[in-house]
Design a protein around this ligand. Structure first.
Ligand code: SF4
Length: 334
């Protein structure tokens, strides 16, 4: 994951779950890019092995064990696919705008499927590799997935309402078909978040007294603060949780550390902003969610990154995180 804050937070140790997720996403994307005749189960496993990212593991032994498990997981998933079902897009960037926001994101896979009566449907597919079990509700309530669908539908001039979470560790698919109304609700929610963030940003830029900063950007410490990049700068987070310094196992183990989702859930409750334009500003002791030109939200339930930009530059893609991410910007900023 990356943050938009300026100055950037000191980079912590890489997380094994990010390495594993990126390895799996890359292998699956690479598999679809092979010529059709070469899309075999073994080829998927080979791609996983050749592109394995070993950062963040406690030892080579642990990395090798996880690689072996990931290979099995990818091969099992690919065995259930038809290599001839050419996706409409793989790691496809999509974008759209409403009256108030601009949305861009990247979809793991965009399928075009034929229904029995001949109609075609577009389906947004999102791969998941975390250990947390998923439900249909996760697909239904995912704002990023709904925004992907909206953007894909507009780009391909064909309504796209179906979204799917493909959870590889359990070999399950959680699917949801949105209505026009439910899509609209997600858009309104995104607009509301963007407006709220823009408002907080403006209030800070206007010059909040130090004793009011925490009211606008209140810290929400919890156990998952140990995963937050800003913990070292955050008294509350430091007090709430010890820093996580060891790698984690992401699946196939009963002694698992918190997943990326858990980390996101913690950060979701605090707006994180940065103050590149106010380096001289005195940072209050208790202000842990830095300062201030951009606002980054991490949503629970998905490890998807959602960046709500109120000013500053567009977000960069996290190099070793999930392939799926979406950015929202107030339309006036673009
Ligand atoms: S910034 Fe927020 S999530 Fe991060 S350590 Fe502080 S309270 Fe926890």
């Amino acid at each position: 994951m990356t943050y938009l804050d300026r100055p950037p937070a000191p980079k912590g140790l890489p997380w094994a779950h990010n390495s594993l997720g990126a390895s799996v996403h890359n292998a699956l994307a690479g598999w679809w890019r092979l010529q059709r005749a070469r899309r075999t189960v073994a080829a998927a496993g080979d791609l996983l092995e050749s592109g394995w990212i070993d950062q963040g593991y406690a030892s080579d032994v642990q990395s090798a064990r996880q690689r072996e498990g990931a290979r099995h997981m990818v091969e099992r998933y690919v065995a259930g696919l038809d290599p001839a079902d050419e996706p409409l897009g793989v790691e496809r960037t999509v974008g759209t705008r409403t009256g108030q926001i601009v949305v861009t994101g990247r979809i793991d896979r965009l399928d075009e499927r034929r229904l029995p009566h001949g109609n075609r449907v577009l389906v947004v597919v999102d791969y998941k590799t975390g250990r947390r079990l998923l439900t249909t509700d996760d697909a239904r309530t995912s704002m990023p997935l709904a925004l992907y669908a909206l953007a894909a539908g507009r780009m391909f001039h064909h309504a796209c309402r179906q979204v799917e979470l493909h959870h590889l560790p359990t070999a399950t698919v959680h699917s949801w078909e949105h209505s026009a109304e439910s899509m609209d609700r997600h858009v309104r929610r995104a607009e509301s978040i963007a407006a709220e963030c823009a408002d907080a940003d403006e209030r800070f830029r206007a010059g909040l007294p130090a004793d009011q900063v925490d009211r606008v950007f209140a810290p929400r410490p919890g156990p998952a603060c140990g995963w937050c990049d800003y913990r070292a700068l955050c008294p509350e987070g430091t007090a709430a949780a010890a820093a996580r310094q060891i790698s984690v196992q992401c699946f196939a183990s009963s002694a698992l550390a918190p997943t990326a989702s858990a980390r996101c859930a913690a950060v979701a409750t605090s707006l994180t902003i940065s103050a590149a334009e106010k380096p001289e500003a005195k940072v209050p002791e208790s202000m842990n969610c830095l300062t201030f030109t951009s606002v980054v939200l991490f949503l629970p339930l998905e490890a998807l990154r959602m960046s709500v930009i109120t000013s500053g530059s567009r977000p960069k893609r996290a190099p070793a995180a999930s392939a799926s991410e979406v950015a929202i910007m107030p339309a006036a900023e673009t």
